[in-house]
Write a protein that binds this ligand. Structure first.
Ligand SMILES: Cc1cc2nc3c(=O)[nH]c(=O)nc-3n(C[C@H](O)[C@H](O)[C@H](O)COP(=O)(O)OP(=O)(O)OC[C@H]3O[C@@H](n4cnc5c(N)ncnc54)[C@H](O)[C@@H]3O)c2cc1C
Length: 401
């Protein structure tokens, strides 16, 4: 059977695969995106940090999202652990660092629709709506095979195929990880009081419980609890669920009306031992899975997409081979610190909440106390959160590739 030949093939049509494909194709790289674009509904939302919004704007995606996203102007952390050593409430205000908003929260359905629309408008991008069944790496190229359709060959395959990545497996890359005994319950809700563009994170002994604004009188919720507690809460009738959430949120949003569609996600951390080898680069959850704490996962994935896009476009301009081992090495090095530091921070925060060890609780409380009291420290943490110093690819700075 003859094959389709492109410069880069991306496996996986989730948010990170789509973004990578758009980044490459909008710079004129002949790209194919392999993935099922007709998806099951995803009622989750994503808090996109300001630098991610800048990247999506630069790629022409944000104009399709803007009206459907809610700005996050204030973020507050409330210690709700009822422990001996509790921390003060900490408020981060975007205007303190000269920003209108830290970022925007958007329903995944709208984000994916915006990415789909942009992808379909790019002449250099071919969409192959199929499932890859095999990935074969050879010296000069890589081949993606399907059950029936023509195989695709490329200089480089980008694995954007999620946590069970077949690209990662084909490259022989192992992962390190840990499964927490916690589950995230998610759903969206309407409420009586205005959220005033403020997201609130309650730190509880079972894990964080976060309410994030959506446009108008709506918010999304991520509640981290034990698997048994998640199953109990997910099975509640709407009125009981509303009462449970009002109690847990101390009624800060007034009367609550849960919307249909509840998601349950077991929490885990998983990191690939390498993010690339010759002919294969991993992005998004194929490279790193993080629990939904502190809105890091998809933002990290967008920085992967921006980085591999930048390296490929640069290599191509210099007449180089975009799948060569040296580009893989540069991509791995460019992403290592950012992924490791975010993974460490999320893990530390989660473990400090779960710990019954008094000195650990004290240290967490002290950290939050210092953040609350010391303005320059708080502002440095905010700046780092919005635009990490270790990872500022061009798209995150608003520069086209
Ligand atoms: C409850 C929850 C809340 C979250 N909230 C946030 C947040 O606020 N902010 C944030 O930054 N992150 C958040 N995240 C993390 C974020 O959802 C993930 O980082 C993101 O979905 C990863 O996207 P991805 O494209 O890498 O992977 P996926 O979304 O898993 O996409 C992978 C795609 O690859 C396809 N695929 C797999 N195998 C093949 C194959 N063989 N052939 C073709 N296609 C294939 C799949 O069908 C899928 O479409 C949250 C996560 C959870 C669980």
């Amino acid at each position: 059977m003859s094959s389709i030949s492109v410069e880069v093939v991306i496996v996986g049509g989730g948010p990170i695969g789509l973004t990578t494909a758009i980044a490459l194709a909008s710079a004129g790289v002949e790209t194919a995106l392999v993935g099922k674009l007709a998806r099951t509904p995803d009622n989750r939302t994503t808090a996109l940090l300001a630098s991610s919004v800048t990247a999506l704007d630069t790629l022409g995606v944000w104009p399709h999202c803007r009206e459907r996203a809610a700005p996050l102007r204030v973020m507050r952390i409330i210690d709700d652990t009822a422990r001996l050593l509790r921390a003060p409430e900490v408020r981060f205000v975007a205007s303190e660092i000269g920003l209108d908003a830290f970022g925007h929260n958007i329903e995944n359905t709208h984000l994916l629709a915006a990415l789909d629309a942009r992808a379909r408008a790019l002449p250099a991008l071919s969409l192959i709506e199929d499932e890859a069944t095999a990935v074969t790496i050879e010296d000069s190229h890589v081949t993606i095979a399907f059950k029936q359709g023509k195989p695709v060959t490329a200089r480089l395959a980008v694995g954007a195929d999620g946590s069970k990545s077949i690209c990662r497996r084909a490259a022989g890359i192992a992962t390190n990880g840990v499964a927490y005994g916690q589950t995230a319950l998610t759903f969206n809700l309407g409420h009586a009081r205005a959220h005033q563009d403020c997201s609130t994170e309650f730190h509880t002994g079972g894990g964080p419980f976060t309410l994030v604004p959506l446009p108008r009188l709506r918010s999304s919720l991520v509640l981290v609890v034990t698997p048994a507690e998640a199953a109990r809460i997910a099975a509640l009738a709407a009125s009981e669920l509303a009462a449970e959430i009002e109690r847990r949120s101390h009624s800060i949003l007034g009367r609550i009306v849960p919307e249909a569609g509840r998601g349950v996600f077991p929490l885990a951390i998983e990191t690939a031992q390498r993010f690339a080898v010759a002919r294969i680069a991993l992005v998004g959850e194929a490279a790193h899975v993080l629990p939904p704490i502190g809105a890091q996962g998809l933002n990290l994935g967008l920085r992967d997409a921006a980085t591999i896009g930048e390296l490929v476009v640069e290599a191509r301009r210099q007449g180089g081979d975009v799948g060569a081992a040296d580009l893989a090495g540069r991509y791995d090095a460019a992403r290592r610190t950012d992924v490791a530091s975010r993974t460490f921070a999320v893990d530390l925060l989660n473990r400090s909440l779960l710990s019954d060890f008094l000195p650990v609780q004290g240290l967490r409380g002290l950290g939050l106390y210092l953040l609350e009291r010391i303005g320059p420290l708080r502002r440095a943490v905010m700046r780092e959160g919005v635009a990490p110093a270790a990872a500022r690819p061009r798209l995150m700075r608003g520069e086209a590739l």
